[in-house]
Design a binder for this molecule. Structure first.
Ligand SMILES: *Cc1c(COP(=O)(O)O)cnc(C)c1O
Length: 395
């Protein structure tokens, strides 16, 4: 048995997406830039996909640039806003402490190039305060970049309110919406969003393809130079099968978004209730303003890595929700930002449910996590000390 509960990391391609993609691998493999009819079929498919994607977020097709994924879209959006800022002598950017590394590392690069960046804190609820955004704006601010929903703890940010402020003050607003597109209703105009990043593999499309929405008239810088594809803003022969599959996946996700969200959120809340019964545990992030699929917990006295390995033995694919990779001992910057201390942050677990998840699966996960946490605490020296009154429980 395998229960895949890591849909924030990636999702399974939908049958619809696979079916949409296959003809452009097997049959219509022409280059969209070719003049003959065979290439033009591919061109038409790409443009149809552009219109579909645009329609799903309330944009105009001319405002969509296809990219290799969310990371590229984030890089291009931020570097473009920085170039516009530099021209105007405005070298200040506002972001927050819980962004994805695709945003944070791009901002770090800009800091080395003379920009100053304000990384707004979040509350213990994992949400950026609108007043903080407003207060951080100076006459040198060229960009506000705040994610739509967080990939680790699932919290949803007040995008519409932040967009409104930016629009009023004439400051560019970018949102990394990789976790939100296909899962939450989005309207770039109603929410005053100037740039938005998305990635197909987070909504049942293929890996290696995504898009950047950039409001009409906004001058983008190229990350990749070469041919004139994507109106000269992103060179390289289009990933036709990927683009077509992404559009099909998005259309499908948006088509049943409401029912899916309702069903998945019910399971999420079942999991949250079940896991909350574990002593000295806590949910990470706001219980309500969170993605329908996201369950993120900290358990005191255990190591998240061991928890994941033992859950894997039970057929459960989960994540520690931290970027704790390649031997780095730093716990997740997101968990630290919501006020979890190092030891507690290390005992984290992220479960992100898929569309087809069932109550049986949720109950199996609850039983398994309870069992494994108990087991690990059984020989954790930290836990023993806490139980013996050496040190105090935090959760
Ligand atoms: C997955 C993810 C990205 C990166 O997208 P890729 O397509 O994998 O490059 C960026 N931001 C967030 C919030 C994500 O969850």
């Amino acid at each position: 048995m395998r229960i895949y509960a890591d849909n924030a990391a990636t999702t399974r391609m939908s049958r619809t997406a696979i079916d949409a993609m296959m003809p452009f691998i097997e049959e219509y493999y022409g280059n969209p830039s070719s003049l003959y009819a065979f290439g033009q079929q591919a061109r038409e498919a790409v443009e149809e996909a552009r219109a579909t994607v645009a329609g799903c977020i309330g944009a105009d097709p001319r405002e969509i640039i296809f990219t290799s994924g969310g990371s590229e879209a984030d890089n291009q959006a931020i570097l473009s806003a920085a170039a516009i800022g530099r021209k105007a002598g405005k070298l200040h950017i506002i972001s927050d402490q819980i962004e994805h590394h695709a945003v944070l590392h791009t901002l770090k690069k800009l800091e080395k190039e003379g920009f100053s960046v304000t990384y707004l804190p979040v509350g213990t609820d994992g949400i950026v305060r609108v007043e903080d955004v407003e207060a951080a704006i100076t006459e040198n601010t060229c960009l506000v970049t705040i994610m739509y929903a967080n990939n680790e703890i699932g919290t949803i940010q007040p995008i519409r309110e932040i967009g409104e402020i930016c629009r009023k003050k004439n400051i560019l607003f970018h949102t990394d919406a990789v976790q939100a597109v296909g899962h939450l209703p989005i309207d770039v105009n109603a929410e005053s969003i100037d740039m938005l990043s998305a990635s197909a593999h987070k909504f049942h499309g293929p890996k290696g393809v995504g898009f950047l929405y950039a409001k009409k008239g906004l001058k983008l810088v190229n990350l990749i130079e070469g041919g004139a594809q994507e109106r000269g803003k992103r060179a390289g022969t289009e990933n036709v099968p990927g683009i077509v599959a992404m559009a099909a996946a998005l259309k499908e996700s948006v088509g049943h978004m409401e029912e899916t969200a309702k069903a998945v959120a019910a399971l999420r809340d079942r999991l949250i209730a079940g896991l909350s019964e574990i002593p000295h545990s806590a949910l990470n992030g706001d219980a309500v303003k969170r993605l329908p699929s996201n369950v993120s917990f900290c358990f005191e006295g255990i190591e998240g890595e061991s928890l994941l390995l033992l859950l894997d033995d039970k057929g459960i694919c989960a994540s520690s929700g931290s970027a704790c990779t390649s031997g780095s001992l730093d716990p997740s910057h997101v968990l630290l930002a919501i006020g979890r201390v190092h030891d507690v942050a290390h005992g984290s677990l992220r479960l992100t449910l898929g569309d087809g998840a069932t109550e049986e699966e949720a109950d199996y996960i609850i039983r398994s996590v309870k069992e494994v946490v108990d087991y690990l605490r059984g020989f954790s020296p930290v836990w023993r000390d806490l139980c013996n009154g050496k040190g105090t429980f935090i959760l």
